[in-house]
Design a protein around this ligand. Structure first.
Ligand code: ATP
Ligand code: MG
Length: 340
Protein backbone atom coordinates (compact mmCIF):
# COMPACT_ATOMS: atom_id res chain seq x y z
CA UNK A 1 0.00 0.00 0.00
CA UNK A 2 1.22 3.52 -0.77
CA UNK A 3 2.46 5.65 2.12
CA UNK A 4 0.22 8.32 3.58
CA UNK A 5 1.92 11.06 1.60
CA UNK A 6 2.52 9.27 -1.71
CA UNK A 7 0.73 11.13 -4.47
CA UNK A 8 -2.21 9.25 -5.95
CA UNK A 9 -3.30 9.88 -9.51
CA UNK A 10 -7.09 10.04 -9.78
CA UNK A 11 -9.09 10.25 -12.98
CA UNK A 12 -11.48 13.20 -13.02
CA UNK A 13 -14.45 13.46 -15.37
CA UNK A 14 -15.81 16.97 -14.69
CA UNK A 15 -18.90 16.17 -16.75
CA UNK A 16 -21.62 18.35 -18.27
CA UNK A 17 -23.82 21.18 -16.98
CA UNK A 18 -22.71 22.26 -13.52
CA UNK A 19 -20.03 19.52 -13.61
CA UNK A 20 -17.04 21.75 -14.45
CA UNK A 21 -17.98 24.29 -11.74
CA UNK A 22 -18.36 21.76 -8.94
CA UNK A 23 -15.32 19.77 -10.11
CA UNK A 24 -13.36 23.04 -10.00
CA UNK A 25 -14.51 23.55 -6.40
CA UNK A 26 -13.37 20.04 -5.45
CA UNK A 27 -9.95 20.59 -7.01
CA UNK A 28 -9.47 23.89 -5.16
CA UNK A 29 -10.50 22.43 -1.82
CA UNK A 30 -8.34 19.32 -2.22
CA UNK A 31 -5.36 21.51 -3.11
CA UNK A 32 -5.96 23.78 -0.11
CA UNK A 33 -6.21 20.70 2.15
CA UNK A 34 -2.87 19.38 0.81
CA UNK A 35 -4.53 16.14 -0.27
CA UNK A 36 -1.84 14.14 -2.09
CA UNK A 37 -3.95 13.76 -5.20
CA UNK A 38 -3.00 14.55 -8.76
CA UNK A 39 -5.87 14.70 -11.22
CA UNK A 40 -5.91 13.12 -14.63
CA UNK A 41 -8.70 15.23 -16.05
CA UNK A 42 -10.69 14.00 -19.02
CA UNK A 43 -13.47 16.02 -20.55
CA UNK A 44 -16.06 13.62 -21.91
CA UNK A 45 -18.30 15.57 -24.19
CA UNK A 46 -21.42 13.67 -25.07
CA UNK A 47 -22.57 16.46 -27.37
CA UNK A 48 -20.26 15.58 -30.27
CA UNK A 49 -20.89 11.87 -30.29
CA UNK A 50 -22.55 10.39 -33.37
CA UNK A 51 -25.38 7.86 -33.12
CA UNK A 52 -24.14 4.36 -32.37
CA UNK A 53 -20.68 5.58 -31.29
CA UNK A 54 -19.25 4.88 -27.84
CA UNK A 55 -20.25 7.70 -25.52
CA UNK A 56 -17.29 7.09 -23.31
CA UNK A 57 -14.02 6.92 -25.20
CA UNK A 58 -11.75 3.94 -24.56
CA UNK A 59 -9.00 6.28 -23.31
CA UNK A 60 -11.29 7.54 -20.55
CA UNK A 61 -12.08 4.01 -19.36
CA UNK A 62 -8.41 3.03 -19.58
CA UNK A 63 -7.51 6.00 -17.40
CA UNK A 64 -9.81 4.87 -14.56
CA UNK A 65 -8.62 1.29 -14.93
CA UNK A 66 -4.99 2.38 -14.74
CA UNK A 67 -5.43 4.78 -11.82
CA UNK A 68 -7.99 2.56 -10.05
CA UNK A 69 -9.70 5.62 -8.59
CA UNK A 70 -11.97 8.10 -10.33
CA UNK A 71 -14.29 11.00 -9.56
CA UNK A 72 -17.11 11.73 -11.95
CA UNK A 73 -19.30 14.80 -12.31
CA UNK A 74 -22.79 14.50 -13.81
CA UNK A 75 -22.94 13.42 -17.46
CA UNK A 76 -25.70 14.24 -19.87
CA UNK A 77 -27.15 11.28 -21.73
CA UNK A 78 -28.34 12.39 -25.18
CA UNK A 79 -31.98 11.36 -25.57
CA UNK A 80 -33.24 9.50 -28.61
CA UNK A 81 -29.93 9.03 -30.42
CA UNK A 82 -29.84 5.28 -29.88
CA UNK A 83 -27.24 5.32 -27.13
CA UNK A 84 -27.01 3.15 -24.09
CA UNK A 85 -27.21 5.27 -20.94
CA UNK A 86 -23.86 6.55 -19.77
CA UNK A 87 -24.24 5.15 -16.31
CA UNK A 88 -25.03 1.72 -17.70
CA UNK A 89 -22.02 1.91 -20.03
CA UNK A 90 -19.71 2.83 -17.17
CA UNK A 91 -21.19 0.23 -14.85
CA UNK A 92 -20.66 -2.54 -17.36
CA UNK A 93 -17.27 -1.43 -18.67
CA UNK A 94 -15.78 -1.03 -15.19
CA UNK A 95 -17.75 -3.88 -13.52
CA UNK A 96 -19.11 -1.50 -10.89
CA UNK A 97 -21.01 -4.02 -8.79
CA UNK A 98 -21.95 -2.04 -5.71
CA UNK A 99 -23.24 1.48 -5.17
CA UNK A 100 -22.68 3.05 -1.77
CA UNK A 101 -24.58 6.06 -0.48
CA UNK A 102 -24.00 7.41 3.00
CA UNK A 103 -27.07 9.37 4.10
CA UNK A 104 -25.89 11.39 7.07
CA UNK A 105 -27.69 14.40 8.54
CA UNK A 106 -25.78 17.60 7.90
CA UNK A 107 -25.28 19.92 10.84
CA UNK A 108 -27.61 22.89 10.59
CA UNK A 109 -29.56 21.61 7.57
CA UNK A 110 -33.15 21.33 8.71
CA UNK A 111 -34.89 18.06 7.81
CA UNK A 112 -37.54 15.85 9.40
CA UNK A 113 -34.93 14.00 11.49
CA UNK A 114 -31.64 15.45 12.63
CA UNK A 115 -29.75 12.28 13.49
CA UNK A 116 -29.80 10.18 10.35
CA UNK A 117 -26.76 8.07 9.68
CA UNK A 118 -27.58 5.28 7.25
CA UNK A 119 -25.46 3.84 4.44
CA UNK A 120 -27.20 2.01 1.61
CA UNK A 121 -25.25 -0.53 -0.40
CA UNK A 122 -26.98 -1.54 -3.59
CA UNK A 123 -26.16 -4.54 -5.78
CA UNK A 124 -25.63 -3.00 -9.18
CA UNK A 125 -25.32 -5.71 -11.82
CA UNK A 126 -28.35 -7.99 -11.77
CA UNK A 127 -31.76 -8.33 -10.13
CA UNK A 128 -34.56 -6.65 -12.08
CA UNK A 129 -32.06 -4.64 -14.13
CA UNK A 130 -30.89 -7.47 -16.37
CA UNK A 131 -33.34 -6.16 -18.97
CA UNK A 132 -34.95 -9.50 -19.69
CA UNK A 133 -38.57 -8.63 -20.46
CA UNK A 134 -40.83 -9.96 -23.15
CA UNK A 135 -44.46 -10.01 -24.17
CA UNK A 136 -45.72 -13.57 -23.90
CA UNK A 137 -48.78 -12.63 -25.91
CA UNK A 138 -50.58 -9.28 -26.30
CA UNK A 139 -51.45 -7.97 -22.88
CA UNK A 140 -49.14 -10.28 -20.93
CA UNK A 141 -45.55 -9.36 -20.15
CA UNK A 142 -42.92 -11.29 -18.26
CA UNK A 143 -39.94 -9.67 -16.60
CA UNK A 144 -37.08 -11.65 -15.15
CA UNK A 145 -35.24 -10.92 -11.95
CA UNK A 146 -31.89 -12.67 -11.87
CA UNK A 147 -30.14 -13.32 -8.57
CA UNK A 148 -26.85 -15.18 -8.47
CA UNK A 149 -24.93 -16.52 -5.52
CA UNK A 150 -21.73 -14.99 -6.87
CA UNK A 151 -23.08 -11.42 -7.10
CA UNK A 152 -24.99 -11.70 -3.82
CA UNK A 153 -21.95 -12.87 -1.89
CA UNK A 154 -19.80 -10.23 -3.56
CA UNK A 155 -22.05 -7.35 -2.53
CA UNK A 156 -22.60 -8.82 0.94
CA UNK A 157 -18.87 -9.17 1.49
CA UNK A 158 -18.36 -5.61 0.33
CA UNK A 159 -21.03 -4.38 2.77
CA UNK A 160 -19.27 -6.06 5.71
CA UNK A 161 -15.86 -4.84 4.58
CA UNK A 162 -17.27 -1.32 4.26
CA UNK A 163 -18.81 -1.54 7.72
CA UNK A 164 -15.55 -2.72 9.21
CA UNK A 165 -13.31 -0.14 7.60
CA UNK A 166 -15.72 2.72 8.30
CA UNK A 167 -16.24 1.94 11.99
CA UNK A 168 -19.83 0.85 11.57
CA UNK A 169 -21.47 -1.69 13.82
CA UNK A 170 -24.31 -3.36 12.00
CA UNK A 171 -25.30 -4.60 8.54
CA UNK A 172 -28.97 -5.20 7.76
CA UNK A 173 -29.93 -7.29 4.73
CA UNK A 174 -33.15 -5.88 3.25
CA UNK A 175 -35.29 -8.34 1.32
CA UNK A 176 -38.69 -9.70 0.38
CA UNK A 177 -37.87 -13.35 0.90
CA UNK A 178 -41.34 -13.94 2.36
CA UNK A 179 -42.73 -13.77 -1.19
CA UNK A 180 -39.70 -14.09 -3.44
CA UNK A 181 -38.61 -17.25 -1.69
CA UNK A 182 -36.03 -18.37 -4.22
CA UNK A 183 -34.49 -15.10 -5.46
CA UNK A 184 -34.52 -12.90 -2.36
CA UNK A 185 -34.29 -16.11 -0.37
CA UNK A 186 -30.90 -16.83 -1.89
CA UNK A 187 -29.74 -13.24 -1.53
CA UNK A 188 -30.61 -13.39 2.15
CA UNK A 189 -28.95 -16.79 2.54
CA UNK A 190 -25.76 -15.38 1.00
CA UNK A 191 -25.82 -12.40 3.38
CA UNK A 192 -26.26 -14.77 6.35
CA UNK A 193 -23.37 -16.93 5.22
CA UNK A 194 -21.00 -14.00 4.66
CA UNK A 195 -22.01 -12.45 8.00
CA UNK A 196 -20.41 -15.43 9.75
CA UNK A 197 -17.03 -14.25 8.48
CA UNK A 198 -17.51 -10.93 10.30
CA UNK A 199 -18.23 -11.69 13.95
CA UNK A 200 -17.24 -8.11 14.88
CA UNK A 201 -20.17 -6.71 12.86
CA UNK A 202 -23.75 -7.34 13.96
CA UNK A 203 -26.03 -8.84 11.30
CA UNK A 204 -29.76 -8.18 11.02
CA UNK A 205 -32.48 -8.89 8.46
CA UNK A 206 -35.42 -6.69 7.54
CA UNK A 207 -38.39 -7.07 5.23
CA UNK A 208 -38.27 -4.22 2.76
CA UNK A 209 -41.67 -2.72 3.57
CA UNK A 210 -40.91 -2.71 7.29
CA UNK A 211 -37.52 -1.18 6.58
CA UNK A 212 -39.16 1.67 4.60
CA UNK A 213 -41.65 2.28 7.40
CA UNK A 214 -38.88 2.49 9.97
CA UNK A 215 -36.69 4.68 7.76
CA UNK A 216 -39.36 7.39 7.83
CA UNK A 217 -40.24 6.92 11.53
CA UNK A 218 -37.19 5.57 13.42
CA UNK A 219 -34.23 5.83 11.04
CA UNK A 220 -31.82 5.41 13.98
CA UNK A 221 -32.55 1.67 13.81
CA UNK A 222 -30.29 1.30 10.81
CA UNK A 223 -26.59 1.53 10.15
CA UNK A 224 -25.52 -0.18 6.90
CA UNK A 225 -28.21 -1.61 4.62
CA UNK A 226 -27.43 -4.11 1.86
CA UNK A 227 -30.01 -4.51 -0.90
CA UNK A 228 -30.72 -6.07 -4.26
CA UNK A 229 -30.72 -3.79 -7.32
CA UNK A 230 -34.29 -2.40 -7.61
CA UNK A 231 -34.84 -2.36 -3.86
CA UNK A 232 -31.52 -0.53 -3.48
CA UNK A 233 -32.45 1.99 -6.16
CA UNK A 234 -35.65 2.90 -4.34
CA UNK A 235 -34.45 2.76 -0.76
CA UNK A 236 -31.26 4.73 -1.48
CA UNK A 237 -33.31 7.59 -2.94
CA UNK A 238 -35.64 7.42 0.03
CA UNK A 239 -32.69 7.65 2.42
CA UNK A 240 -31.11 10.50 0.45
CA UNK A 241 -34.38 12.40 0.59
CA UNK A 242 -34.26 12.20 4.38
CA UNK A 243 -31.03 14.19 4.62
CA UNK A 244 -32.28 17.02 2.48
CA UNK A 245 -31.51 17.31 -1.10
CA UNK A 246 -29.66 16.41 -4.20
CA UNK A 247 -26.89 18.91 -3.60
CA UNK A 248 -25.72 17.05 -0.50
CA UNK A 249 -25.73 13.32 -1.31
CA UNK A 250 -22.42 11.66 -2.13
CA UNK A 251 -21.96 8.20 -3.58
CA UNK A 252 -19.33 5.73 -4.58
CA UNK A 253 -19.32 2.83 -7.01
CA UNK A 254 -17.16 -0.15 -6.21
CA UNK A 255 -15.83 -2.27 -9.05
CA UNK A 256 -13.66 -5.38 -9.18
CA UNK A 257 -10.57 -3.28 -9.80
CA UNK A 258 -11.69 0.34 -9.59
CA UNK A 259 -13.59 2.77 -7.41
CA UNK A 260 -15.58 5.55 -9.06
CA UNK A 261 -17.12 8.20 -6.83
CA UNK A 262 -19.90 10.44 -8.12
CA UNK A 263 -22.53 12.89 -6.94
CA UNK A 264 -26.09 11.57 -6.99
CA UNK A 265 -27.55 14.59 -8.79
CA UNK A 266 -27.72 15.36 -12.51
CA UNK A 267 -26.34 18.14 -14.68
CA UNK A 268 -28.77 20.82 -13.40
CA UNK A 269 -28.85 22.64 -16.78
CA UNK A 270 -31.12 25.35 -15.32
CA UNK A 271 -28.27 26.75 -13.22
CA UNK A 272 -25.24 25.61 -15.22
CA UNK A 273 -22.52 28.20 -15.78
CA UNK A 274 -24.02 30.64 -13.27
CA UNK A 275 -21.82 29.86 -10.25
CA UNK A 276 -24.87 28.85 -8.22
CA UNK A 277 -24.34 25.12 -7.94
CA UNK A 278 -23.79 23.38 -4.62
CA UNK A 279 -20.52 21.41 -4.85
CA UNK A 280 -21.08 19.51 -1.57
CA UNK A 281 -22.30 16.22 -3.08
CA UNK A 282 -19.31 15.91 -5.42
CA UNK A 283 -16.93 17.11 -2.71
CA UNK A 284 -18.18 14.51 -0.23
CA UNK A 285 -17.96 11.88 -2.97
CA UNK A 286 -14.32 12.92 -3.24
CA UNK A 287 -14.02 12.56 0.53
CA UNK A 288 -15.31 8.96 0.24
CA UNK A 289 -12.60 8.38 -2.35
CA UNK A 290 -9.95 9.75 0.03
CA UNK A 291 -11.08 7.21 2.63
CA UNK A 292 -10.90 4.39 0.06
CA UNK A 293 -7.29 5.48 -0.57
CA UNK A 294 -6.64 5.41 3.20
CA UNK A 295 -6.21 9.19 3.32
CA UNK A 296 -8.34 9.39 6.45
CA UNK A 297 -6.81 12.56 7.91
CA UNK A 298 -7.41 14.55 4.75
CA UNK A 299 -10.94 13.16 4.53
CA UNK A 300 -11.73 14.15 8.13
CA UNK A 301 -10.31 17.60 7.68
CA UNK A 302 -12.35 18.41 4.58
CA UNK A 303 -15.51 16.88 6.00
CA UNK A 304 -15.22 18.85 9.21
CA UNK A 305 -14.76 22.09 7.26
CA UNK A 306 -17.92 21.36 5.24
CA UNK A 307 -19.87 20.61 8.41
CA UNK A 308 -18.67 23.81 10.06
CA UNK A 309 -19.68 25.96 7.11
CA UNK A 310 -23.12 24.33 6.97
CA UNK A 311 -23.56 24.56 10.73
CA UNK A 312 -22.59 28.21 10.69
CA UNK A 313 -25.32 28.85 8.09
CA UNK A 314 -23.80 32.20 7.06
CA UNK A 315 -22.71 30.87 3.70
CA UNK A 316 -25.14 28.58 1.92
CA UNK A 317 -25.92 27.98 -1.71
CA UNK A 318 -29.39 28.73 -3.06
CA UNK A 319 -30.62 25.12 -3.07
CA UNK A 320 -30.25 25.27 0.74
CA UNK A 321 -32.04 28.59 0.99
CA UNK A 322 -28.91 30.75 1.02
CA UNK A 323 -27.52 33.35 -1.35
CA UNK A 324 -23.90 32.23 -1.68
CA UNK A 325 -22.33 31.49 -5.00
CA UNK A 326 -20.48 28.23 -5.59
CA UNK A 327 -17.17 30.10 -5.49
CA UNK A 328 -18.02 31.88 -2.21
CA UNK A 329 -19.08 28.64 -0.55
CA UNK A 330 -15.89 26.98 -1.82
CA UNK A 331 -13.80 29.77 -0.31
CA UNK A 332 -15.67 29.50 3.00
CA UNK A 333 -14.74 25.79 3.17
CA UNK A 334 -11.13 26.59 2.35
CA UNK A 335 -11.08 29.26 5.09
CA UNK A 336 -12.30 26.64 7.57
CA UNK A 337 -9.68 24.05 6.64
CA UNK A 338 -7.13 25.75 8.88
CA UNK A 339 -9.33 25.59 11.97
CA UNK A 340 -11.23 22.39 11.19
P1 ATP B 1 -30.22 15.63 -15.65
O1 ATP B 1 -31.05 15.58 -16.85
O2 ATP B 1 -28.76 15.68 -15.95
O3 ATP B 1 -30.56 14.60 -14.60
P2 ATP B 1 -31.84 17.48 -14.18
O4 ATP B 1 -32.43 18.68 -14.77
O5 ATP B 1 -32.68 16.31 -13.91
O6 ATP B 1 -30.51 17.06 -14.98
P3 ATP B 1 -30.86 17.30 -11.57
O7 ATP B 1 -29.42 17.55 -11.38
O8 ATP B 1 -31.34 15.90 -11.52
O9 ATP B 1 -31.23 18.04 -12.88
O10 ATP B 1 -31.58 18.20 -10.48
C1 ATP B 1 -32.90 18.61 -10.45
C2 ATP B 1 -32.94 20.02 -9.85
O11 ATP B 1 -32.17 20.09 -8.64
C3 ATP B 1 -32.38 21.04 -10.80
O12 ATP B 1 -33.36 22.01 -11.04
C4 ATP B 1 -31.20 21.64 -10.13
O13 ATP B 1 -31.21 23.04 -10.17
C5 ATP B 1 -31.23 21.15 -8.70
N1 ATP B 1 -29.90 20.66 -8.35
C6 ATP B 1 -29.37 19.44 -8.60
N2 ATP B 1 -28.12 19.34 -8.20
C7 ATP B 1 -27.80 20.53 -7.67
C8 ATP B 1 -26.60 21.08 -7.09
N3 ATP B 1 -25.50 20.36 -6.96
N4 ATP B 1 -26.64 22.36 -6.66
C9 ATP B 1 -27.76 23.08 -6.77
N5 ATP B 1 -28.90 22.65 -7.31
C10 ATP B 1 -28.93 21.39 -7.76
MG1 MG C 1 -32.37 14.27 -13.33
Amino acid sequence: APSAQAVRTVTLFPGDGIGPEIAGAVKEIFRAADAPVQWEEIAISTKNVKPGEDLIPQAALDSVRRNRYGLKGPLETPVGKGHKSLNLTLRQALSLYANVRPCVSMPGVKTKFDNINVVTIRENTEGEYVGLEHEVYPGVVESLKVITRQASERVARFAFEYARSNQRKRVTAVHKASVLKMSDGMFLECCRRISKEYPDIEFKEALIELCCGYLVSQPQRYDVLVLTNLAGDIVSDLAAGLIGGLGLTASLNKGEHVVLAEAVHGTAPDIAGKDWANPTALLLSGVMLLREMDLHDHAERIERAVHQVLQDAQCRTRDLGGTARCSEYTQAIIDRLGTA
